[in-house]
Design a protein around this ligand. Structure first.
Ligand SMILES: Nc1ncnc2c1ncn2[C@@H]1O[C@H](COP(=O)(O)OP(=O)(O)OP(=O)(O)O)[C@@H](O)[C@H]1O
Length: 645
């Protein structure tokens, strides 16, 4: 894809001959061919206008929006001119950071995007008032209604005052009144000097008339581009008369939906796949100017097909005819009143009244915040969320205490008995396995939701991935240390291991290292897969590592070299060996022997039997550190891959 460099920052979005081709696969593996989702579409979305990409389901609306916004770059060809830095993308789902109120989310957005502004509170209040959300500022975002969530999504982006908004299906899931409110809000924002482009499946007649420009896609081709009021005259060009009392938007979409390959190519030809913009004949002067321009450039129907890379000349406007009713009249007849400046007031549009013009607060040029600043803001936010997730905290606390007690009871006072060698082994394996399993599964089940938010926020330049990654890693550390220490203390104390602080320190240190490695692995899986796939991939990945952890203890001296090498990759194995060494190594005195003869009464015999008597704890800690770094790097790469930077 070619993103044309803008010499002068432009707030328009222009594109020419955009193709999006995907590979078709059989059973997800074998490539059987390719499919063109977008077939060389062109068009332009102007600043100050609210534009809609419409079309039947599967027409390619979201694909076009993703290609234009830059969310999708692979498999996209063509020329797209957009100033990425000043744009933002609002997803259909409206996912926000959980356990934060509207005000806190706004503060987060402000702190990340405009750290040096002294008037953050003022700005937050102004935006919330304008978006009619001020009365909901203390409510958690997940408690908001669909319409309110959509407005919050817009409010969060407005903080940095982007000039280009892309919205994927902003009205989906909203009732008619709320959807109309949302579109009116977008229209107002557009009038304030923004370029707003959204996909919309099939707008109602009311909503349809709020758009300044519509771009109708069908089978990946543009079948109409221009003002909503010009659809009916445009269709007359091909002798199609929109029935009376039928919404033109419904009609053109239904025509395309029912088409069997005859009408779409004709309409696409008529618009030259988006190169012609249709508008009513409102101003004779404009028409004359255009005619002159066409004559000057010698652009007839044939020459218009010559693809020019110059966007200035690539998209042309046709004026079809005078609209029967102006948009203003239409709105008036719908029951609204207009103030002298043309904005709609009164009656059902009370909400609209609140939409004042944004002050200069929004217009300040913002600098990018430093990574350190982003890290500090993010870690504070993550810590607040961890503390507020009371039920999750309670469950995790109970889990660690109960697991500790269960283990303690199973191995009660066995830690010092020379006749229970196999129990000692099971104990060490059990401790490491339980830590690994818990820490792997938790992020696999919780992170896939989070990654969607991170993807949206990094795409909209709230923060960079590195500070986010660091904040994520460090914010979880205190809780992980506390919970693991509680569990390991209970286990160590109940199993009757020597009451030596340094030995307990080693024991707990190995447990914590294992926990950090497992968490890194869990996060890497959670960042890559959905919950469904991740919950299958997690156990599948951990199973071989567990297998390697219990392999060959009874013939340790005969384990083949290759197998020995492989076992070094299993952090569970390394953890188990380190734990055995911490419990039975370091000149531990003879264990108690209640039987006539205890072969493993002397801990050195056990270490020799397991072939680890010469193994150094430093070496094992180094191995664990390398494995921890490996999984943490993997986690970072998964994050980068998923968030597309
Ligand atoms: N990566 C992809 N691989 C295969 N097919 C794809 C891919 N992306 C999109 N498609 C297909 O392209 C077509 C257009 O998808 P897109 O999501 O852009 O449609 P849409 O017009 O937004 O539809 P809807 O209104 O139903 O959301 C669909 O048939 C979809 O299955």
């Amino acid at each position: 894809m070619e993103n044309t460099a803008c010499l002068k920052p432009s707030k328009d979005v222009e594109f020419q001959d955009v193709y999006y081709t995907v590979k078709e696969r059989k059973h997800y593996i074998k490539v059987t061919g390719t499919r063109q989702i977008l077939r060389g579409v062109s068009g332009s979305f102007r600043n100050g206008q609210l534009s809609a990409i419409m079309g039947p389901s599967g027409a390619g609306k979201s694909s076009l929006l993703n290609a234009l916004s830059g969310l999708r770059t692979s498999d996209v060809r063509g020329h797209i001119k957009i100033e990425r830095k000043g744009s933002c993308y609002i997803t259909q789902e409206d996912n926000h950071q959980t356990l934060l109120s509207v005000e806190e989310l706004m503060a987060l957005s402000c702190n990340l995007k405009i750290p040096y502004s002294k008037r953050k509170d003022e700005l937050i209040t102004e935006i919330l008032e304008n978006l009619h959300l001020n009365h909901r500022r203390d409510i958690y975002a997940e408690k908001l209604s669909g319409g309110e969530r959509k407005r919050l999504s817009i409010a969060l982006e407005l903080v940095a005052n982007p000039k280009i908004f892309f919205l994927d299906e902003p009205t989906s899931g909203l009732d008619e009144v709320t959807a109309a409110q949302c579109i009116r809000l977008l229209s107002k924002l557009a009038k304030e000097g923004r370029t707003i482009v959204c996909t919309i499946h099939q707008p109602s007649a009311t909503i349809f008339n709020y758009f300044d420009n519509i771009f109708v896609l069908a089978s990946g081709q543009c079948v109409y581009q221009g003002q909503p009021s010009a659809v009916i005259p445009f269709l007359r060009n091909v002798h199609i008369e929109c029935p009376k009392y039928y919404s033109p938007s419904d009609y053109i979409i239904e025509l395309c939906d029912a088409d069997e390959g005859k009408l779409i190519p004709v309409l696409s030809e008529l618009t030259d796949n988006g190169k012609y913009i249709y508008a009513p004949q409102q101003q004779l002067q404009q028409q004359q100017q255009l005619t002159q321009q066409i004559q000057l450039n010698g652009l007839g129907n044939n020459t218009a097909k010559q693809r020019s890379k110059d966007f200035q000349h690539s998209v042309r406007t046709f004026f079809v005819e005078e609209p029967k009713r102006s948009r203003l009249q239409h709105l008036l007849s719908a029951g609204g009143n207009f103030s002298s400046d043309g904005s709609l007031i009164g009656g059902v549009t009370a909400f609209y009244e609140h939409l004042k013009t944004f002050t200069k607060l929004l217009d300040t040029e913002q600098e990018d915040t430093s990574s350190l600043h982003q890290f500090c803001v993010l870690i504070r936010m993550m810590s607040v969320r961890i503390v507020r997730a009371r039920i999750a905290l309670l469950i995790q606390f109970l889990h660690h205490v109960l697991t500790g007690l269960c283990f303690g009871l199973i191995f009660l006072n066995l830690g010092n008995q020379g006749s229970r060698m196999f129990d000692h082994l099971k104990f060490c394996i059990g401790v490491i396995v339980i830590i690994s399993y818990t820490q792997v599964m938790l992020p696999i089940l919780s992170y896939p939701m989070e990654i969607k938010i991170v993807r949206k926020e990094t795409f909209n330049r709230w923060y960079k991935l590195t500070p986010y990654y660091m904040a994520l890693s460090f914010s979880r550390l205190p809780l992980q240390i506390i919970l693991n220490m509680i569990m390991l203390t209970i286990i160590y104390w109940m199993s009757g291991l020597p009451p030596q602080l340094w030995r307990f320190g080693l024991f707990a240190g190995i447990g914590l290292m294992t926990s950090l490695i497992a968490e890194g692995m869990g996060l890497a899986i959670g960042m890559t897969f959905s919950i469904t796939n991740g919950s299958a991939v997690g156990p599948l990945t951990i199973a071989p590592l567990m297998g390697l952890a219990i392999y060959g203890f009874d013939f340790a001296a005969q384990i083949p070299y290759a197998m020995n090498l492989l076992m070094k990759f299993s952090y569970i194995r390394v953890g188990v060996v380190a734990l055995i060494l911490s419990v039975f190594g370091f000149d531990r005195p003879e264990l108690e022997c209640t039987d006539m003869y205890c072969h493993f009464g002397d801990p050195r015999v056990l270490l020799k039997f397991l072939d680890i008597e010469h193994m150094s704890m430093w070496y094992l800690f180094s191995l664990l550190t390398v494995l921890m770094l490996f999984y943490r790097v993997l986690m970072y790469l998964s994050l980068r891959r998923r968030c597309g930077t």
